[in-house]
Design a protein around this ligand. Structure first.
Ligand code: FES
Length: 111
């Protein structure tokens, strides 16, 4: 994914904006990434990817998502149609729920 590609397709939040926000704010939990233009608070498709970016940052690794924007959008379209996530290689492979204890965006307001 390139820096100007959108990670949160609902709110048009690019990878570049997310990288800058995470680097600047150093959010203690992934749910705080929602403060970056509402990322992750719409259909929730991007939440596992936001968690991955957060994990990469916390680990001191480069923040990157190894998926093409075309494939990413197609997978989101299938997710919105079926409500199910695919977990091919390179996919975060997590399916947080609204009450997820991992602090993913859209979870509890104090998380
Ligand atoms: S793609 Fe981010 S909330 Fe829908």
């Amino acid at each position: 994914m390139d820096p100007d590609d959108h990670v949160c397709l609902c709110f048009h939040v690019s990878l570049r904006k997310l990288r800058n926000y995470i680097a600047r704010e150093n959010p203690p939990v992934p749910s705080r990434i929602a403060d970056c233009l509402g990322a992750g608070t719409g259909c929730r498709w991007c939440v596992p990817f936001l968690v991955r970016l957060h994990d990469q940052h916390r680990a001191g690794e480069p923040m990157d998502l190894p998926v093409s924007p075309t494939e990413y959008a197609a997978r989101r379209a299938r997710y919105r149609k079926t409500g199910e996530r695919e977990t091919p290689d390179g996919d975060p492979g997590t399916t947080p729920t609204d009450d997820s204890p991992d602090g993913s965006p859209g979870g509890s307001p104090d998380g």
